[in-house]
Structures are given as structure tokens and as C-alpha cells.
Design a protein around this ligand. Structure first.
Ligand SMILES: C[S@@+](CC[C@H](N)C(=O)[O-])C[C@H]1O[C@@H](n2cnc3c(N)ncnc32)[C@H](O)[C@@H]1O
Length: 327
């Protein structure tokens, strides 16, 4: 029954976050197969570990044959440290965001976001968050770049990644477009993370960085062939989001492209559930943020001088990506 599932839904997230915190998936990936072996590798209690591992079997992140546990492909790809696509920080992000969600009723009463007392400063929070969202976005970007016709792709020489985080979108796209240079704008603590990820992917020499507040950083005029707004507009809100889209248009050359990744509810705002829940996440954590519909995006893009707005489905991100061409 859905009411029971939803009553206890946070337990699933907590079980997964605890397993990541304990590094259970890495231990199994390294060859520890039994509950005892995983417990001793992760400094945990063997019988408690067995109970956690059996839950992960029920949740379909592990399989068990006799006493031996195995990772399923999604766990090997995203939850083991041995993977290039490890969702580092999954457990920390779960903890940081759950504090806000516990105050949802109060936030709905007042209409004001939570008061952060002693919480992480934005740069510190984002330096953790961007690592955990890197893998899905990196994979989503591969779909986006393949949706751009090869002759158009060859014209892309300069890419601007605004609020680029760990450079999930721009690393993935730069790998597919040899020679393209990336300028990434973000807060200083996050740029340090982007540098690590670009180095790790062998792209250090093709990345430039601009530290600072993207509302103020000069983005230039007609300099770029592709601008990326990856999960930026939801925290900016409608007014700042529209302004940012207009600044992206100014920064692009004629026929340049804007790629937007967002959680997008349907036009009637009746679903899907994740973009709608994300809207509440923004209500909790930002003064003006929210999720916006395709009708909103088409309107804002048209006003800013974009045409040919298309959507691209990717299995690794929750909503279709938006690609628009400057007229
Ligand atoms: C949700 S993360 C998205 C990261 C990346 N674009 C992605 O999709 O993987 C938002 C990013 O915007 C950055 N950011 C938020 N507000 C900013 C501001 N005012 N100036 C510069 N960067 C900002 C954060 O530091 C973070 O890296």
C-alpha cells in the first residue's frame, strides 16, 4: 500500500546512506563476500552487518547466494569507491538535507526557508554535493552531446559551464569534442573540486576557472559556442533564472547553444513526484528557488532570443535535458 511505503520511505535512504558511510559496497567489490568478512573490513559488528546486507538484497543493490553477497551492476557503478562513477558524499548529502526536511511543516507555516544555524556555508555544502551528483550528470551529458549533430559539434570551440560544480557536464562534453576549451565559473571551494576532477580526467590543460558569484562574474559577449546551466536555475528562482538565461544569450555567439539540466514538472504541475518534491527542497533551502515547467522554460528562452528548443531524454537524469539555439 502506498501509504505504508511512503510512511517509511526515509528508511530506504538511511539504509543506503549507512552502507555508503560504512563503505560496504567497496568492501564487497574488493572481494569480501560474507557478512563476517565485510564487517571485519569495515570495523562493524558481524550480526548487525548481516542484517544491513540482507536489507540491501531486499532493496536490490546486492544479491546473496548462500552466505555470499554480490554487487548488482548499479551498485558496482555508483556505490563502490573503485568505480570512476562513485557517488562520493552520498551519505553526507543525505544527512545535510534531511535536517531541513524535518522542518518542512514549519517552513510551510511561515513561507520562509529554514534558518541555518551552524550549518555548512554554501561553498562547503556544494563542495560535497557536487561530488555526489557528478556520476549521473556525467552520463547524462554523453546523451546530450550525442544529440548535437556532428557538424555542429565540430564548431564548438569554447564552452562556458556556469556553476559547473565538479564539472560533470563540461568534462563529459569536452571528452567528446577534442580541442574544445572550458571556462568554469563557481565558488572557490567548489573550483578546487572541479580542478581535481578535470585533472583526474586528463583535461587540466583545457580548463580555465573563474572564481566568484555567478550573478556578478563577467560572462563576456559572443565568446562561447556552448553554455551549460546544470541544475542552476532551480536555486536561482524565476527572476534570477530569467536574467541568467538572458546573460547566457549575450555570452553566446550567433547559433551558439544553451544546455539546461533541471528537474522539470509537467505543465499542470501534477507530477512527476521527484520534480515536485524538489520544488519543496528549494522552498526549504532557498528564498526564491523552485522547479519550473517546460512552458516556463520555452517562454524564458524565447524572450532571451533562443529558438529551436528541444528536449533530450537520458536514462541517468530525472527529467529531459533542454537544448536551445541562439537565433
Ligand atoms: C546543484 S550544483 C550543480 C553543479 C553542476 N552544474 C552539476 O550539474 O553537476 C550548483 C552549483 O552552483 C554553484 N553556485 C551556486 N550559487 C552560486 C553563485 N551565486 N555563484 C557561483 N556558483 C554558485 C554551486 O557551488 C554548485 O557548484
Amino acid at each position: 500500500m502506498q501509504i505504508s511505503t511512503d510512511h517509511w520511505a526515509t528508511w530506504r535512504t538511511s539504509a543506503l546512506a549507512a552502507a555508503v558511510e560504512l563503505d560496504v559496497f567497496t568492501a564487497i567489490d574488493e572481494g569480501q563476500r560474507t557478512a563476517g568478512a565485510v564487517a571485519s573490513r569495515t570495523s562493524a559488528n558481524a550480526s548487525a552487518m548481516r542484517r544491513l546486507l540482507d536489507v540491501l538484497v531486499a532493496m536490490k543493490y546486492l544479491t546473496r547466494r548462500g552466505e555470499n553477497y554480490e554487487l548488482v551492476p548499479v551498485a558496482r557503478t555508483f556505490l563502490s569507491r573503485k568505480s570512476d562513477l562513485f557517488m562520493e558524499g552520498f551519505d553526507q548529502v543525505t544527512r545535510m538535507l534531511s535536517m531541513g526536511w524535518q522542518q518542512l511543516a514549519q517552513v510551510v507555516r511561515t513561507g520562509q526557508p529554514i534558518v541555518r544555524e551552524g550549518g555548512a556555508a554554501p561553498g562547503e555544502f556544494f563542495a560535497v554535493l557536487v561530488k555526489s551528483i557528478f556520476p549521473q550528470n556525467y552520463v547524462g551529458a554523453k546523451t546530450a552531446v550525442r544529440a548535437i549533430p556532428p557538424q555542429t559539434r565540430r564548431r564548438i570551440k569554447n564552452i562556458l559551464d556556469i556553476g559547473g560544480g565538479a564539472a560533470s557536464w563540461s568534462i563529459s562534453i569536452a571528452e567528446e569534442i577534442p580541442g574544445a576549451r572550458v571556462t568554469l565559473v563557481d565558488l572557490p571551494q567548489v573550483i578546487a573540486v572541479a580542478r581535481q576532477y578535470a585533472d583526474r580526467h586528463g583535461l587540466a590543460s583545457r580548463f580555465d576557472y573563474r572564481e566568484g558569484d555567478f550573478r556578478e562574474v563577467e560572462l563576456g559577449n559572443e565568446k562561447f559556442d556552448l553554455v551549460i546551466l546544470g541544475h542552476i536555475i532551480h536555486s536561482e528562482g524565476a527572476e534570477w533564472g530569467k536574467r541568467l538565461i538572458a546573460r547566457c544569450a549575450a555570452a553566446l555567439r550567433s547559433k551558439g547553444m544553451l544546455l539546461i539540466a533541471e528537474l522539470v514538472p509537467n505543465d499542470a504541475r501534477t507530477g512527476p513526484a521527484l520534480p515536485m518534491l524538489f520544488d519543496l527542497n528549494m522552498l526549504l533551502h532557498t528564498p526564491e528557488g523552485g522547479t519550473f515547467t517546460m512552458r516556463d522554460y520555452r517562454g524564458w528562452l524565447g524572450e532571451a532570443g533562443f529558438g529551436q528548443v528541444k528536449t533530450i531524454k537520458s536514462a541517468s537524469v530525472p527529467s529531459p535535458l533542454i537544448l536551445a539555439v541562439k537565433r
